[in-house]
Design a protein around this ligand. Sequence first.
Ligand code: GTP
Ligand code: MG
Length: 202
Amino acid sequence: MRMNVGGLNLHNVELRRSAGAPQQLVKSGLPQVAFAGRSNVGKSSLINSLLGRKKLARVSSEPGKTITVNYYEVDGKIYLVDLPGYGFANRGKEETKKWSALTQNYFEENDALKLVLQLVDIKVGFTEDDRMMLEYLNYYKVPYVVVATKCDRLNKTQLTESARRIAEDPLLRPGTGIILYSSVKSIGRDELWGMILKTIKG
Ligand code: GTP
Ligand code: MG
């Protein structure tokens, strides 16, 4: 596992901020790469995998439990931002309101946001909630790539077929990149870091 990527020392990482209210969000300073997706799709696991840590970002046994925006500062150079998951069926009205307020505000006038990694479970494909999210990202012209998660759960034939279906979805902005990932097997790690670094360095 490489712990130095593109000059970033991955031993030097910390949870810098956990924002539970819009006024706690960070919109300037270090460039941000945000992780969006359904609850349970594997956002926190992906962050841990990229950073080569087992338990830095909390992997939920109770999906959708915490509604916070978590900023992981990497070597004083970038933030990896773990956004609260959506599509959690048992979430109450108050919690749903909190999620919307926080998420919408995060995307609004955020000059520091450079790239969104939109996660989709390779076995599930895009859900209705994912579609709303994609429409939102398209509308506000937020740059994004799709990361298909849990790729270790399919065999090669299934993987190719599922990836094709996701890539050909008409809702995706033309030219959108898709990265096949497994946090369990670290598949896609170098490729995704390459994309992140390219975006940050311009
Ligand atoms: P919320 O924080 O609730 O929004 O969920 P999350 O998107 O952060 O998902 P999380 O990383 O907590 O992972 C959810 C479940 O999926 C956990 O049980 C993980 O172990 C599992 N998981 C995550 N990534 C992978 C993967 O690449 N392969 C497999 N097989 N399981 C995974
Ligand atoms: Mg999580």
